[in-house]
Design a binder for this molecule. Structure first.
Ligand code: FUL
Length: 486
């Protein structure tokens, strides 16, 4: 009876909400709760919010590369002030092919390029300003970084995204809202209409305060509309509403990382007020607990993206060549991002030559090899069987005889929502079940590490779930000890 009532509620909601609903059960990207629902009903319904096809494909990439390249590469700054002379931009051995080759070899599926950073210098020959590659000596002013990178990506079947900074310290119209919005819209149109498919548009949220006497009000509704009409499959990130900033730049996902959350980017007053009412921002610890959802009016599929640089800075600075993150640091970041239900966006900045530095390429290769080596050797014989797990359900998995493991992977089929709130993993040791690891959320992928053990079988228990969990995979692996990797 309760099941019938719940199904009726789902169908009723589907009719009520204008949102896209699949197979009479799931809510794509957004679910607005009608009044009078109980907290339990809200938590359970949020288990039926699912990603759009683009969000799903985005999540499956797992690894994306950020490329910060531009005027700062040549001035040594992190934030240029917009007064830089375009003549400074002059890579001596620009090689987009090398970037893509290296990244692909290390397992990255997308490259996001800083088409324009806060200094306003455009890496493509835009018609909106002369502050671009067209005014630089590089390729005698006939170069186009966006085009060369996109073509290299296409040759390698690598996805391509753009970072277009709304904050522009060069544009004279910035802080004169309508004029600057028109310029920014035109820049977006140039990038989205002329280079083929764009898979992600990264709108960062940074903004200094020098113009605070006159604040630029960005026309986000219009920017979204431009992206959605010209590149309907592109994921809009950070100030966009398809992928959310994880909340730090250290490469750390949350222990409990919900892709379903009431959070939305602060793009208009209604959203700003709702985020304030709920006390949430991208940096808040709790973005998706049942307690929070009980207070929410609407929930969204808004998954986390972890952006972090392989170096201290986002741009290449020769003095940081000795400070490239080590393999153990990168592996840790992988486990804390991809292994915590997030996409990792790792920044690798090209140098003044226009090439990825040798130290970085070597480190990327080690990283890619390590991840492949770890996860290509499945140690369970029956980990790929789909399992529908209500609260309290357990399932046993067989380890290949004689194998040692120290890592487990759990995955939910997120096309049916994110549901698990708590789970444990035990190993059969000396005739009893011994806890090896436990966690809260799973989502698209959850990785847990523990000391080496040799066990004949594992037991996974879903101790708490919002509705029947769809576990699509349980894996066990042996991750090589990092002090033994060279
Ligand atoms: C921030 C910027 O201020 C940094 O320079 C960098 O581009 C980072 C990825 O986003 O908003």
């Amino acid at each position: 009876m309760r099941k019938i009532l719940f199904t009726a509620l789902l169908v009723y909601l589907a009719t009520l909400s204008g949102c896209n609903q699949r197979a009479n059960t799931y809510f794509e990207k957004k679910l607005a709760f009608p009044d009078l629902l109980t907290s339990d009903q809200k938590a359970k319904l949020s288990a039926y919010v699912v990603p759009t096809q683009s969000q799903y494909e985005w999540q499956r990439m797992e690894l994306a590369a950020f490329i910060h390249f531009g005027m700062n590469t040549f001035t040594g700054k992190e934030w240029g002030d917009g007064t830089e002379d375009p003549a400074l931009f002059n890579p001596t051995a620009f090689d987009a092919e090398q970037w893509v080759n290296t990244l692909q070899g290390a397992g990255f599926k997308m490259l996001i390029l800083t088409a324009k950073h806060h200094d306003g210098f455009c890496l493509w020959p835009t018609r909106t300003t002369s502050h671009s590659v067209a005014s630089s000596p590089w390729r005698n002013g006939f170069g186009d970084v966006v085009k060369e990178v996109k073509e290299a990506c296409d040759r390698h079947n690598m996805k391509f995204g753009i970072y277009l900074s709304p904050w522009d310290r060069n544009a004279e119209s910035h802080a004169d809202s309508p004029r600057y919005n028109a310029l920014f819209t035109q820049q977006l149109v140039e990038l989205l209409a002329n280079y083929g498919e764009i898979h992600e548009v990264w709108f960062d949220g940074a903004h200094g305060d020098e113009h605070d006497s006159k604040v630029q009000r960005y026309d986000w509704a219009n920017f979204y509309q431009v992206v959605d009409s010209l590149q309907p499959k592109a994921v809009k990130a950070i100030m966009g509403n398809d992928a959310r900033w994880v909340g730090n730049e250290e490469g750390l996902g949350r222990e409990t990382e919900w892709s379903v959350t009431p959070l939305q980017p602060n793009i208009n007053d209604a959203i700003i007020n709702e985020n304030i009412r709920l006390g949430i921002s991208p940096t808040t610890d709790d973005l998706g607990s049942s307690r929070l959802i009980a207070e929410a009016k609407t929930v969204y599929w808004y998954p986390s993206e972890v952006d972090v640089s392989i170096r201290p800075g986002w741009f290449h600075h020769p003095e940081e060549d000795q400070a490239v993150k080590t393999l153990p640091q990168l592996v840790d970041i992988y486990f804390r991002s991809v292994g915590m239900n997030s996409v990792l966006l790792l920044n690798i900045p090209p140098d003044k030559r226009g090439r990825l530095h040798e130290t970085d390429t070597e480190r990327l290769k080690q990283f890619g090899d390590y991840i492949t080596q770890t996860f290509e050797n499945e140690k369970l014989t029956n980990g790929n069987i789909e399992w529908k797990a209500p609260t309290g359900a357990s399932r046993e998995y067989n380890v290949i005889p004689g194998e040692t493991i120290n890592t487990v992977m759990l995955r939910e089929d997120i096309r049916k929502g994110q549901r698990v709130e708590e789970f444990t993993v035990e190993g059969w040791i000396n005739d009893e079940w011994v806890e090896l690891a436990k966690g809260t959320t799973i989502g698209y992928k959850r990785l847990l590490r523990f000391d080496d053990v040799s066990v004949p079988k594992l037991r996974v228990t879903i101790s708490e779930t919002r509705d029947i969990a769809n576990i699509s995979k349980v894996g066990a692996y042996h991750a090589p000890h990092l002090n033994q990797v060279h």
